[in-house]
Write a protein that binds this ligand. Structure first.
Ligand code: SF4
Length: 684
């Protein structure tokens, strides 16, 4: 008999979809559906998760613990029991700490699962053992910094309001490929209200293809477009002076500055025409219910925080926050206010323990002093939910670090990834269908509940079980190590006044929707003084603020093309991969085919690229080789390569992220994945 069990998607995607999973046996699923009664998911999930059976029942899943037997990186392992593996890890961590101090151990995580317990529970180990902590920057930090600079806290209107908008601007995101649920609400507005969809991006994505108003600009130039739009509103007299006076720090100096950022100035930077910029600004100014849905893509640039800050100035100048279906939304990160003291052992956090930057793992592991924050070298790691050898920037340096002879690396993984191949001890991890957890709906207002659906696969363990077992062996003393995942979730919800785990699992989610006035900041922005800041305090946001502008502006701090590197590379997600998750499933591989460079036909002709031939692309960090395709949907000088293909899919065994800089993005870190200068030539 096929049962439908409620669960939630754990993947690194703001939709955190509420799911209904067909269970056809205690250890087997059928198709995965979106929960029909969840008001955000509305029965829709992406194709890759709908076919999750391909992933959970994949023959390549790791089945048992293994110990390295060959040279580092050779990928030769022998089976070992869980007890022996955990004893060996505990002994190695203890010895490392005795030799160098506890901060030499770095429990490391990324976004392979986004659950409260299974992702972040590793903090309990960090805090109780005084191990190095982690600043998690790889995804969101440039965008987050830009939003905090102007608006303040990471909250905002309920994105379901898009269905009540008359103009929706998707800025720097590609929801058709990466967050399909956004399109559900956008299409409702288009059908029921005749709303227009505008999409701003640096290449013709599938979402741009669906737009009424497609705006394809040069990568990294978004702030110039936003500033020029504000200039037009000020010149035309369509700025909302009352809103600016009551709820922002707008003053004559800001006005003078923005009036100088004319469409003519922006046209040179963006590659758009002046008429396109003026028309877009006037459409925005003339639409009360104008909703800007901000993506991550346009902020993955060295000037990304400044770009986000400039774009968030638009609804302030236009007073769009006043209206149902108006304003802007990025992510809900500060909406939850959960009591996580037991789950993360916050009572044991020593603020003096160092914090290492997740994105700078290459610099950390190769011993760059600033990356080590004045502490000892990292000589022992536990990596969960992380395929950093493939996904982190400057991946040649990451690999060099991970293969150091004096570094003991434990990788807890579902598949034999590039990072797993570099482990000293490799542990098999459960997938979300095999455990309980709660997931932040960063792209909406609900905490979704993912209860266990399947029996455990082979000898796999959950992240939580590994943390608890290691904690006990290491002598970590905290009640959280003695609780099941469900007990921790229950404790967290109850302590936060949000019901129980049983209630959440039965309903499928916990609703955190804020009232309209609060969500639209009409009682004040979450900033000192309650005002949106056109003049941000960048220094308060992070240490790398020096080159950021005092007011909304285009910051010319990108990795500029030059004679030796005349192209700008953008490396966005592929539709059916999610970072390197799903790169193993047959249907995703069949759709994405192979790494491909999208090259403008004028550039291809100039370079004499032959149809069906291969190209080489590189810079001082490395070189890659792939097929290319002629593509008119970008500006000449831009090259796009979609998807983080596994290193094993590339000639030479290293992928696209070897070309990406590992330098921290201003002001608080993060990665400039779409801001890379490269050369390009035909490959023989
Ligand atoms: S859209 Fe995002 S959250 Fe929803 S099922 Fe797909 S990956 Fe998961």
């Amino acid at each position: 008999m096929v049962e439908r069990i409620r669960s939630a998607c754990p993947h690194d995607c703001p939709s955190a979809c509420a799911l209904e999973v067909e269970r056809i046996a205690p250890d087997r699923i059928g198709r995965v559906h979106g929960a029909r009664d969840n008001p955000y998911t509305q029965g829709v999930v992406c194709a890759k998760v709908a076919r999750y059976a391909e992933r959970v029942h994949h023959p390549d899943r790791l089945t048992r613990p293994q110990r390295r037997v060959g040279a580092k990186g050779e990928g030769a392992f022998a089976p070992v029991s869980w007890d022996d593996a955990l004893d060996e890890i505990a002994e190695a961590f203890t010895q490392a700490a005795q030799r160098h101090g506890s901060e030499t151990v770095w429990p490391y995580h990324s976004g392979g699962t986004m659950g409260l317990v299974q992702r972040w529970g590793i903090d309990r180990l960090r805090h109780t053992m005084r191990y190095s902590r982690q600043k998690t920057t790889i995804c969101i930090t440039p965008a987050e910094s830009g939003w905090r600079a102007g608006v303040g806290a990471l909250t905002g209107p309920d994105p379901r309001e898009m269905a009540e908008a008359d103009l929706i601007i998707v800025w720097g995101g590609n929801p058709v490929s990466t967050q399909v649920n956004q399109m559900t609400h956008i299409q409702r507005a288009r059908k029921s209200r005749g709303a227009k969809l505008a999409v701003v991006d640096c290449y013709r994505t599938p979402t741009v293809e669906q737009a009424d108003i497609p705006i394809v600009l040069r990568p990294g130039s978004d702030a110039a477009l936003a500033c020029a739009m504000m200039c037009v509103m000020l010149e035309d007299g369509t700025a909302d002076r009352d809103f600016l006076a009551r709820l922002t720090d707008f003053d004559p100096e800001v006005e003078r500055h923005l009036r100088g950022r004319t469409p003519a100035w922006a046209a040179k930077i963006t590659g758009l025409t002046e008429a396109t910029i003026r028309d877009f600004a006037r459409l925005y100014a003339g639409t009360e219910r104008a909703f800007i849905r901000l993506g991550f893509g346009f902020t993955r640039s060295r000037n990304g925080a400044a770009a986000m800050h400039a774009v968030t100035g638009l609804p302030a100048v236009g007073g769009k926050w006043r209206h149902q279906g108006g304003g802007a939304f990025f992510v809900n990160l500060d909406n939850w206010k959960l009591d996580l003291s037991t789950a993360y052992a916050l009572d044991r956090l020593d603020p003096d323990t160092r914090v290492l930057d997740q994105s700078r793992i290459g610099a950390v592991l190769t011993g760059q002093p600033d990356a080590l924050a004045g502490g000892p070298p990292v000589t022992a790691m536990l990596m969960q939910n992380a395929n950093s050898a493939n996904v982190a920037p400057d991946s040649r340096t990451v690999r060099r670090g991970l293969t150091r002879d004096d570094l003991f690396v434990v990788v807890h993984e579902q598949f034999p990834t590039a990072t797993a191949q570099l482990a000293d001890v490799l542990l098999p991890a459960a997938v979300f269908l095999e455990y309980d957890d709660l997931y932040y709906g960063l792209g909406h207002t609900m905490l979704t509940a993912g209860q266990r659906v399947l029996d455990r696969y082979a000898e796999s363990w959950t992240n939580h079980e590994v943390i608890c077992a290691l904690g006990k062996r290491l002598g970590a003393d905290h009640p959280g190590f003695d609780m099941s995942a469900a007990e921790l979730l229950d404790t967290t919800l109850r302590a936060s006044g949000r019901g129980s785990w049983a209630e959440a699992a039965e309903r499928g989610w916990v609703d955190f929707t804020a009232p309209f006035e609060e969500a639209h900041f009409l009682e004040g922005f979450p900033q000192p003084g309650g005002r949106f800041r056109f003049k941000p305090d960048w220094a308060a946001l992070g240490p790398y603020y020096a080159d950021l502008p005092e007011m909304p502006d285009y910051a010319d701090i990108v990795e500029r093309a030059d004679d030796a590197h005349p192209f700008r590379l953008v490396a966005p997600p592929a539709r059916t991969f999610l970072n390197t998750s799903f790169t193993e499933t047959p249907s995703s591989r069949a759709r994405e085919k192979h790494p491909t460079a999208l090259v403008h036909p004028m550039d291809a002709e100039r370079l004499g690229l032959g149809e069906g031939a291969r190209v080489r692309m590189g810079n001082g960090r490395g070189e890659v080789d792939m097929l290319w395709r002629s593509f008119e949907g970008l500006q000449p000088g831009t090259v796009v390569v979609e998807g983080i293909w596994p290193n094993s899919d590339w000639t030479g065994g290293m992928g696209i992220n070897q070309l990406i800089g590992g330098d921290p993005v201003p002001p608080a870190g993060g990665v400039a994945f779409h801001d890379t200068a490269v050369w390009l030539r035909g490959s023989n």
